[in-house]
Design a protein around this ligand. Sequence first.
Ligand code: ADP
Ligand code: MG
Length: 217
Amino acid sequence: MSKQANKIRIALSKGRIFKETLPLLAAVGIEPDDDPETSRKLILGTNQPDVDLVVIRATDVPTYVGHGAADVGVAGKDVLLEHGSEGLYEPLDLRIAQCRMMVAGFPNASMEGQRLRIATKYINSARRHFAAQGKQVEIIKLYGSMELAPIVGLSDLIVDLVESGNTLKANGLEPIEHIMDISSRLIVNKAAWKMKHARIKALLEGVRAAVESKNNE
Ligand code: ADP
Ligand code: MG
């Protein structure tokens, strides 16, 4: 649980998650004091004296929340599947930052072969996907720019997130198999959920109502 006993700390990443979470926070009356795209501050105050935000790398959000350095966070399902759920609950699908996890490659790429080489940031999800098909694959861990791997012969295929498919197309690749739909989830530290129950429950239910009304428009 966060050391600040009566405060709520929310962990977010910059970019699309921050932008798409802002209206949901606004709906529960939380407005950040600064814009993380221009501010160099790592901890942002809000208009609510008992709420602040930490703005960190997307892959670090479950680590902060799992260890109680933040009480609540917003993380992509892709990131949560790689991180695991130790120390945290995942009570709400925010239905933001929606995309698909796909296998992709050159249009003529073979899905058969002795030991397909798969380049990806998502090694757990990729391994699970191919294991379920009974395929022996070699997983090559990358941290970004997966599209490059087949082009330079590092891998046969990639597993990556796809929204419009334009990045794949721009690199001569195409989606081959759909692995799963991805969206961002509200996560809560387990100890904080007990110790700060009323405050976090109110936040959760307010955000839940905002998600529902937005998706019923
Ligand atoms: P980073 O590049 O630092 O991982 P992003 O903002 O690209 O940060 O991704 C943060 C999260 O947003 C990802 O974990 C994923 O859940 C989601 N996401 C990533 N790419 C896309 C996309 N093209 N469309 C929609 N959501 C995406
Ligand atoms: Mg990105």
